[in-house]
Design a protein around this ligand. Structure first.
Ligand code: MF3
Ligand code: CO
Ligand code: CO
Length: 287
Protein backbone atom coordinates (compact mmCIF):
# COMPACT_ATOMS: atom_id res chain seq x y z
CA UNK A 1 0.00 0.00 0.00
CA UNK A 2 1.31 3.55 0.36
CA UNK A 3 4.77 2.52 1.68
CA UNK A 4 7.53 0.82 -0.28
CA UNK A 5 9.84 -1.97 0.94
CA UNK A 6 12.02 0.62 2.71
CA UNK A 7 9.02 2.03 4.56
CA UNK A 8 9.10 5.21 2.45
CA UNK A 9 5.81 6.88 1.63
CA UNK A 10 4.39 6.35 -1.86
CA UNK A 11 1.37 7.99 -3.52
CA UNK A 12 -1.98 6.63 -2.38
CA UNK A 13 -5.54 6.85 -3.60
CA UNK A 14 -7.06 10.34 -3.47
CA UNK A 15 -10.83 10.45 -2.93
CA UNK A 16 -13.20 12.69 -4.93
CA UNK A 17 -13.51 16.41 -4.13
CA UNK A 18 -15.42 17.06 -0.92
CA UNK A 19 -18.20 19.60 -1.46
CA UNK A 20 -18.35 22.95 0.32
CA UNK A 21 -21.78 24.39 1.22
CA UNK A 22 -22.80 27.01 -1.36
CA UNK A 23 -23.33 29.55 1.44
CA UNK A 24 -19.55 29.69 2.08
CA UNK A 25 -17.68 32.36 0.16
CA UNK A 26 -14.82 31.03 -1.98
CA UNK A 27 -11.42 32.71 -2.45
CA UNK A 28 -11.05 34.18 -5.96
CA UNK A 29 -8.57 31.49 -7.09
CA UNK A 30 -10.93 28.53 -6.72
CA UNK A 31 -11.62 27.02 -10.15
CA UNK A 32 -8.66 28.88 -11.69
CA UNK A 33 -5.12 27.66 -12.42
CA UNK A 34 -3.50 30.27 -10.19
CA UNK A 35 -4.44 33.16 -7.91
CA UNK A 36 -4.71 36.69 -9.30
CA UNK A 37 -1.64 38.89 -8.81
CA UNK A 38 -1.83 40.45 -5.35
CA UNK A 39 -1.26 44.18 -5.35
CA UNK A 40 -2.28 45.00 -1.76
CA UNK A 41 0.25 45.34 1.03
CA UNK A 42 1.07 43.31 4.14
CA UNK A 43 0.11 45.97 6.71
CA UNK A 44 -3.51 45.88 7.95
CA UNK A 45 -5.75 48.17 9.94
CA UNK A 46 -7.11 47.08 13.33
CA UNK A 47 -10.51 45.99 11.98
CA UNK A 48 -8.96 43.75 9.32
CA UNK A 49 -6.57 42.27 11.87
CA UNK A 50 -9.62 41.22 13.89
CA UNK A 51 -10.95 39.43 10.79
CA UNK A 52 -7.59 37.69 10.26
CA UNK A 53 -7.73 36.74 13.94
CA UNK A 54 -11.10 35.04 13.37
CA UNK A 55 -9.84 33.04 10.35
CA UNK A 56 -6.67 32.17 12.26
CA UNK A 57 -8.69 30.97 15.27
CA UNK A 58 -10.74 28.64 13.07
CA UNK A 59 -7.60 27.20 11.44
CA UNK A 60 -5.88 26.63 14.79
CA UNK A 61 -8.94 25.02 16.37
CA UNK A 62 -9.39 22.80 13.31
CA UNK A 63 -5.85 21.47 13.83
CA UNK A 64 -6.67 20.73 17.46
CA UNK A 65 -9.76 18.79 16.33
CA UNK A 66 -7.68 16.81 13.81
CA UNK A 67 -5.02 16.17 16.45
CA UNK A 68 -7.56 14.49 18.73
CA UNK A 69 -8.14 11.89 15.99
CA UNK A 70 -4.47 11.14 15.29
CA UNK A 71 -3.55 7.58 16.32
CA UNK A 72 -2.07 4.49 14.65
CA UNK A 73 -4.55 3.12 12.10
CA UNK A 74 -6.16 6.39 11.00
CA UNK A 75 -5.77 7.46 7.36
CA UNK A 76 -4.80 10.93 6.25
CA UNK A 77 -8.08 10.96 4.26
CA UNK A 78 -9.99 10.59 7.54
CA UNK A 79 -8.05 13.59 8.92
CA UNK A 80 -9.01 15.61 5.83
CA UNK A 81 -12.69 14.93 6.51
CA UNK A 82 -12.33 16.24 10.08
CA UNK A 83 -10.46 19.35 8.89
CA UNK A 84 -12.91 20.06 6.09
CA UNK A 85 -16.00 19.62 8.23
CA UNK A 86 -14.55 21.71 11.09
CA UNK A 87 -13.60 24.64 8.85
CA UNK A 88 -16.81 24.68 6.81
CA UNK A 89 -19.04 24.27 9.86
CA UNK A 90 -17.43 27.47 11.22
CA UNK A 91 -18.42 29.41 8.11
CA UNK A 92 -14.96 29.35 6.55
CA UNK A 93 -13.51 27.96 3.32
CA UNK A 94 -10.52 25.55 3.58
CA UNK A 95 -8.04 27.65 1.59
CA UNK A 96 -5.96 24.77 0.19
CA UNK A 97 -8.99 23.18 -1.55
CA UNK A 98 -8.62 24.23 -5.19
CA UNK A 99 -5.53 26.38 -4.55
CA UNK A 100 -3.45 25.92 -7.74
CA UNK A 101 -5.31 22.61 -8.10
CA UNK A 102 -4.53 21.18 -4.64
CA UNK A 103 -7.36 18.66 -4.11
CA UNK A 104 -7.83 18.60 -0.30
CA UNK A 105 -8.70 20.77 2.71
CA UNK A 106 -5.51 20.14 4.67
CA UNK A 107 -1.92 19.22 3.92
CA UNK A 108 -0.87 16.01 5.70
CA UNK A 109 2.90 15.55 5.55
CA UNK A 110 4.20 12.27 6.99
CA UNK A 111 7.82 11.45 8.04
CA UNK A 112 10.11 12.37 5.09
CA UNK A 113 7.44 14.58 3.50
CA UNK A 114 8.61 18.18 4.06
CA UNK A 115 5.29 19.82 3.16
CA UNK A 116 2.22 19.77 0.85
CA UNK A 117 1.37 16.09 1.39
CA UNK A 118 -2.05 15.21 -0.07
CA UNK A 119 -4.49 13.31 2.18
CA UNK A 120 -5.08 9.82 0.78
CA UNK A 121 -5.46 6.24 1.99
CA UNK A 122 -2.09 6.29 3.78
CA UNK A 123 -2.50 4.60 7.17
CA UNK A 124 -0.61 6.28 10.01
CA UNK A 125 1.63 3.87 11.94
CA UNK A 126 3.03 3.89 15.46
CA UNK A 127 6.19 6.03 15.46
CA UNK A 128 5.26 8.15 12.43
CA UNK A 129 5.12 11.93 12.56
CA UNK A 130 2.48 13.87 10.64
CA UNK A 131 2.24 17.60 9.99
CA UNK A 132 -1.27 19.06 9.78
CA UNK A 133 -1.38 22.38 7.87
CA UNK A 134 -4.73 24.16 7.71
CA UNK A 135 -5.64 27.57 6.31
CA UNK A 136 -9.12 29.07 6.77
CA UNK A 137 -10.67 31.83 4.62
CA UNK A 138 -13.52 33.92 6.03
CA UNK A 139 -14.57 37.57 5.66
CA UNK A 140 -12.11 37.92 2.77
CA UNK A 141 -8.99 36.95 4.74
CA UNK A 142 -6.88 33.84 5.39
CA UNK A 143 -5.28 32.50 8.59
CA UNK A 144 -2.60 29.80 8.13
CA UNK A 145 -1.07 27.43 10.70
CA UNK A 146 0.48 23.99 11.10
CA UNK A 147 1.73 21.61 13.78
CA UNK A 148 3.55 18.28 13.72
CA UNK A 149 2.13 15.39 15.77
CA UNK A 150 3.86 12.19 16.90
CA UNK A 151 1.73 9.09 16.18
CA UNK A 152 1.76 6.73 19.16
CA UNK A 153 5.27 6.20 20.51
CA UNK A 154 8.36 7.28 18.60
CA UNK A 155 12.12 7.18 19.31
CA UNK A 156 13.58 10.04 21.35
CA UNK A 157 15.42 11.36 18.27
CA UNK A 158 12.03 11.81 16.60
CA UNK A 159 10.40 13.46 19.61
CA UNK A 160 13.42 15.77 19.94
CA UNK A 161 13.18 16.85 16.27
CA UNK A 162 9.51 17.70 16.71
CA UNK A 163 9.98 19.63 19.97
CA UNK A 164 13.04 21.52 18.69
CA UNK A 165 11.19 22.49 15.52
CA UNK A 166 8.41 23.94 17.69
CA UNK A 167 11.10 25.81 19.64
CA UNK A 168 12.76 27.00 16.40
CA UNK A 169 9.45 28.66 15.44
CA UNK A 170 9.32 30.27 18.89
CA UNK A 171 12.87 31.62 18.41
CA UNK A 172 11.82 33.08 15.07
CA UNK A 173 8.76 34.73 16.64
CA UNK A 174 10.89 36.27 19.40
CA UNK A 175 13.09 37.91 16.74
CA UNK A 176 10.11 39.84 15.33
CA UNK A 177 10.06 43.59 16.04
CA UNK A 178 9.08 46.69 14.07
CA UNK A 179 12.05 48.34 12.38
CA UNK A 180 13.98 45.09 12.00
CA UNK A 181 14.55 43.33 8.65
CA UNK A 182 12.75 40.00 8.18
CA UNK A 183 16.11 38.24 7.80
CA UNK A 184 16.55 38.37 11.59
CA UNK A 185 13.87 35.67 11.78
CA UNK A 186 15.77 33.15 9.67
CA UNK A 187 19.02 33.96 11.43
CA UNK A 188 17.46 33.10 14.81
CA UNK A 189 15.91 29.87 13.50
CA UNK A 190 19.04 28.63 11.73
CA UNK A 191 21.29 29.47 14.69
CA UNK A 192 19.09 27.35 16.97
CA UNK A 193 18.71 24.43 14.50
CA UNK A 194 22.47 24.27 13.87
CA UNK A 195 23.13 23.44 17.53
CA UNK A 196 21.57 20.05 16.89
CA UNK A 197 23.00 19.54 13.41
CA UNK A 198 19.54 19.75 11.84
CA UNK A 199 19.00 20.73 8.22
CA UNK A 200 17.01 23.93 7.61
CA UNK A 201 14.88 23.79 4.45
CA UNK A 202 15.43 26.83 2.18
CA UNK A 203 13.13 26.14 -0.76
CA UNK A 204 9.91 26.87 1.18
CA UNK A 205 9.46 29.96 3.32
CA UNK A 206 7.08 31.91 5.50
CA UNK A 207 4.93 34.47 3.70
CA UNK A 208 2.65 37.46 3.99
CA UNK A 209 -0.94 36.29 4.58
CA UNK A 210 -4.29 38.05 4.90
CA UNK A 211 -6.25 39.23 1.85
CA UNK A 212 -3.98 36.88 -0.16
CA UNK A 213 -3.04 33.33 0.86
CA UNK A 214 0.58 34.08 -0.18
CA UNK A 215 1.08 37.84 -0.62
CA UNK A 216 4.56 37.78 -2.15
CA UNK A 217 6.38 38.84 1.03
CA UNK A 218 8.95 36.13 1.86
CA UNK A 219 10.07 35.20 5.37
CA UNK A 220 13.24 33.05 5.21
CA UNK A 221 13.98 30.38 7.83
CA UNK A 222 17.76 30.51 7.25
CA UNK A 223 20.32 33.30 7.42
CA UNK A 224 19.57 35.21 4.18
CA UNK A 225 20.48 38.94 4.36
CA UNK A 226 18.98 39.60 0.90
CA UNK A 227 15.49 39.39 2.41
CA UNK A 228 15.65 42.92 3.77
CA UNK A 229 11.97 43.92 4.04
CA UNK A 230 11.51 45.97 7.20
CA UNK A 231 8.83 44.82 9.65
CA UNK A 232 6.12 47.36 10.48
CA UNK A 233 3.38 47.51 13.10
CA UNK A 234 0.28 45.86 11.60
CA UNK A 235 2.23 43.63 9.19
CA UNK A 236 0.82 40.08 9.05
CA UNK A 237 2.84 37.03 7.97
CA UNK A 238 3.64 33.42 8.78
CA UNK A 239 6.80 31.81 10.08
CA UNK A 240 6.88 28.07 9.30
CA UNK A 241 10.32 26.44 9.64
CA UNK A 242 10.95 22.94 8.27
CA UNK A 243 13.87 21.13 9.97
CA UNK A 244 15.35 17.77 8.98
CA UNK A 245 17.48 15.05 10.55
CA UNK A 246 19.59 15.06 7.37
CA UNK A 247 19.99 17.16 4.25
CA UNK A 248 17.85 19.98 2.89
CA UNK A 249 17.60 18.91 -0.75
CA UNK A 250 14.01 18.24 -1.81
CA UNK A 251 12.23 16.12 -4.40
CA UNK A 252 8.68 16.64 -5.66
CA UNK A 253 6.43 13.69 -6.52
CA UNK A 254 4.69 13.29 -9.90
CA UNK A 255 1.53 14.69 -8.24
CA UNK A 256 3.38 18.06 -8.44
CA UNK A 257 2.70 18.67 -4.73
CA UNK A 258 4.28 16.22 -2.32
CA UNK A 259 7.73 17.51 -1.28
CA UNK A 260 10.13 15.03 0.35
CA UNK A 261 13.67 15.12 1.61
CA UNK A 262 15.91 13.67 -1.13
CA UNK A 263 17.72 11.57 1.50
CA UNK A 264 14.40 10.42 3.06
CA UNK A 265 15.43 11.97 6.38
CA UNK A 266 12.67 12.75 8.86
CA UNK A 267 11.37 16.33 8.74
CA UNK A 268 9.11 18.39 11.01
CA UNK A 269 7.41 21.79 10.70
CA UNK A 270 5.43 24.28 12.81
CA UNK A 271 3.67 27.41 11.52
CA UNK A 272 1.95 30.42 13.05
CA UNK A 273 0.26 33.47 11.56
CA UNK A 274 1.20 36.62 13.48
CA UNK A 275 0.86 40.39 13.46
CA UNK A 276 3.74 42.75 14.23
CA UNK A 277 3.05 44.97 17.25
CA UNK A 278 5.02 47.74 18.97
CA UNK A 279 6.28 45.08 21.40
CA UNK A 280 7.10 42.27 18.96
CA UNK A 281 4.78 39.66 17.46
CA UNK A 282 1.26 38.73 18.48
CA UNK A 283 0.51 35.15 17.41
CA UNK A 284 -3.01 34.80 15.95
CA UNK A 285 -3.00 30.98 15.71
CA UNK A 286 -2.31 30.05 19.34
CA UNK A 287 -3.29 26.64 20.78
N1 MF3 B 1 -0.55 26.16 4.08
C1 MF3 B 1 0.64 26.11 3.25
C2 MF3 B 1 1.53 27.21 3.73
O1 MF3 B 1 1.85 27.19 4.88
C3 MF3 B 1 0.34 26.22 1.80
C4 MF3 B 1 -0.31 25.02 1.27
S1 MF3 B 1 -0.68 25.26 -0.38
C5 MF3 B 1 -1.30 23.77 -0.85
O2 MF3 B 1 1.89 28.15 3.08
F1 MF3 B 1 -1.81 23.96 -1.98
F2 MF3 B 1 -0.34 22.86 -0.81
F3 MF3 B 1 -2.22 23.38 -0.02
CO1 CO C 1 1.95 29.23 5.26
CO1 CO D 1 0.27 26.54 6.14
Amino acid sequence: MPRDSHGHLTPGRISPLRPVPSSIVRPEYVGKAAPADYTGGDVYDAATIELIRESSRIAADAITAVGEAIRPGVTTEQLDVIAHDYVTSHGAYPSTLGYRGFPKSVCTSVNEVICHGIPDDTVLLDGDIVNIDITAYKNGVHGDTNRTFVVGDAPQTTVDLVERTREALNRGIKAVAPGRQVNVIGRAIEMYAKRFGYGVVRDYTGHGVGRAFHSGLIIPHYDAPQFDDVMEVGMVFTIEPMLTLGGVDADIWADDWTVTTRDFSLTAQFEHTMVVTERGAEVLTTY
